[in-house]
Design a protein around this ligand. Structure first.
Ligand code: SF4
Ligand code: SF4
Length: 446
């Protein structure tokens, strides 16, 4: 076997063979975990990325043999539980990813282990509840219920009960639900003429996402205002369900498939009709660009959607390269501390948000490219909350450097977590938290 590091070829990713019974075979899974854990033991590059690798290396170092064979198979899951599938180890660190013959795909091996655990029924009620983001959002935004839920989420006594009953840490700030979801209050588009560019379709379908629809619809409204200002006709995707990322993180692949079956046919029709599909939450964009194509490699509709999918700033920067974007900014933004979330980094599109913010005259961008520790629902669970705040600590400090006017992240949940982290260390920050789309809307004076 070769000991060569890295590869001259671009990394490739193999589809997940999750319909194959072998995928769920415990002995086969343990064998693959042992093989990859052994490679990681000899490498150790990823030790600082998350809790999974230190957990693995501690298990090995404290075992009788000091090797992977000294670790009890029953403890393999301790490593899996620490992985929140950010994908950073695969995308930014590992020299042994395919086509290297060692074929290490650590995140997808963790996903397989989570899927086996889920199929075994080894999953908490809390985790099923929290990952049903669409159902939760629909329920929580019913008039009157929304006020009760939001009030309860900020009451220490209610949060203690929630922690005891559901295992949601009382210290984790939860985003409020909005009384008026985006999808029911979106401004209809003007029928601008469609101007296709070399890199960008001239009309946009917005996949609103559960979070933007139910929690921060203002981000969605701002996206629509940016499109309108640039005379790009838009529409919302119809019949939207959750993209499936929370269910993926739980290993519930059957639910991912059900959600895919709701979303993909209508998104594929939009893509074939010439729309760019723009998704304002990085995890959801990544789900369509990368995870669904690897889970459903034979589904042509999934591929069509992946090819039409854009991160919003990827779209705006490409639109600018096409010479079809206005840059008539009227408001300087001052000092912006901008955080790139993991699920933006691993899309491999470069720092498009930073690039766009730097277009705005009178704007200084402090860019922080590191995990903020929230990671979907992982960072609000009582068993991981303290650790997630520890992971985010360097980010909180860097984001608060130089007394910024704005704190901003493409991931709205990471943005909130950063504000919480800054506040706990240094008191309430002077900076306002705004999503980058909101910042661009402010810069245009809209
Ligand atoms: S995917 Fe992210 S959380 Fe999981 S092991 Fe890799 S770096 Fe850690
Ligand atoms: S995932 Fe790759 S880079 Fe990270 S420790 Fe394992 S072998 Fe090394």
């Amino acid at each position: 076997m070769t000991t060569r590091e890295g590869s001259l070829e671009a990394p490739t990713r193999h589809p997940l063979d999750w319909h194959n019974p072998e995928f769920y075979d415990h002995a086969a899974l343990d064998k693959e975990l042992e093989r990859v854990y052994d490679i990681c033991h000899g490498c150790r590059r990823c030790v600082s990325l998350c809790g999974a690798f230190p957990t693995l290396f501690d298990l090995i170092d404290e075992s009788k043999t000091g090797e992977v064979d000294g670790v009890a198979k029953a403890d393999y899951g301790k490593v899996v539980d620490q992985c929140y599938l950010c994908d950073v180890c695969y995308m930014t660190k590992c020299p042994y990813v395919p086509p290297h013959p060692w074929n290490v795909d650590f995140p997808h091996l963790m996903l397989r282990a989570k899927a086996v655990k889920f199929r075994d029924g080894d999953v908490k009620f809390r985790d099923k509840l929290l990952t049903g983001t669409d159902r939760l959002g629909k329920l929580a935004t019913i008039p009157v219920v929304v006020q009760i839920v939001n009030k309860a989420n900020t009451m220490p006594s209610a949060r203690k009960v929630m922690q005891a009953v559901l295992g949601v840490d009382a210290g984790a700030r939860l985003p409020p639900y909005a009384p008026d979801p985006l999808r029911s209050h979106a401004e209809p588009s003007v029928a601008w003429p469609v101007r296709d560019g070399e890199r960008t379709p001239g009309k946009v379908a917005v996949f609103a996402t559960c979070y933007v629809n139910y929690n921060e619809p203002g981000i969605g409204h701002d996206l629509l205002k940016l499109l309108a200002h640039n005379e790009i006709p838009y529409r919302l995707a119809e019949k939207e369900a959750c993209c499936g990322m929370p269910k993926l993180e739980l290993g519930d692949l059957e639910s991912v498939e059900k959600l895919k079956n709701v979303n993909i046919p209508q998104l594929a029709a939009l893509a074939r009709d010439g729309y760019a599909i723009v998704t304002p939450v990085p995890s959801c964009t990544l789900m369509y660009k990368q995870e669904l194509p690897l889970l459903f490699a034979d589904d042509p509709d999934v591929r069509v959607v992946a090819d039409a999918m854009f991160d919003p700033f990827e779209y705006f920067v490409a639109r600018d390269k096409d010479g079809l974007l206005k840059k008539d900014f009227t408001q300087p933004l001052g000092k912006v501390s901008y955080h790139i979330p993991c699920h933006s980094r691993v899309q491999n599109v470069g720092q498009k948000t930073r690039e766009a913010l730097q277009w705005v005259p009178g704007t200084e961008v402090n860019t922080v490219e590191r995990c903020a520790g929230h990671d979907g629902t992982w960072g609000i669970k009582e068993e991981y909350f303290a650790q997630s705040m520890k992971i985010g600590k360097p980010v909180f400090a860097r984001m608060n450097e130089n007394d910024p006017d704005y704190v901003s992240s493409d991931c709205p949940m990471a943005g909130s977590r950063i504000m919480q982290g800054i506040g706990e260390k240094s008191g309430p920050p002077r900076a306002r938290k705004e999503h980058p789309l909101t910042l661009l809307r402010i810069a245009y004076g809209l």
